[in-house]
Design a protein around this ligand. Structure first.
Ligand SMILES: C[C@H](O)[C@H](O)[C@H]1CNC2=NC(N)=NC(=O)C2=N1
Length: 91
């Protein structure tokens, strides 16, 4: 079972453009078109499924929000931070 991180550790470790709302780490990425956002969401989904660690993904008209938390651990873990950094590499 992964260990959940303290709020201080999460805030100190957040990848660029990510925030922490007390439950999840989140990032919203804006796009010029809806389908560009859908394509990005698919890339996120593929890296998440490869890692078998799945975010909440919200696809809107020209923005996609990705949110990670570790459900089994009951909070944010190192794995969430690692995948968030990998999502930034997609951008
Ligand atoms: C049984 C459990 O759903 C699986 O082990 C995986 C699937 N994907 C997951 N994704 C996330 N974000 N947290 C989990 O705890 C998790 N567990």
């Amino acid at each position: 079972m992964s260990d959940t991180l303290s709020e201080d550790t999460i805030h100190e470790s957040l990848p660029a453009d990510w925030e922490y709302d007390g439950t999840e780490i989140l990032r919203t990425v804006e796009f010029d078109s809806y389908l560009d956002g859908v394509a990005f969401a698919r890339e996120v989904a593929e890296l998440a499924d490869e890692a078998f660690h799945h975010p909440r993904i919200v696809i809107e008209f020209r923005a996609v929000t990705v949110a990670f938390t570790s459900h089994e651990a009951g909070g944010v873990t190192e794995q969430d931070l690692e995948l968030a950094a990998r999502v930034n590499d997609l951008d």
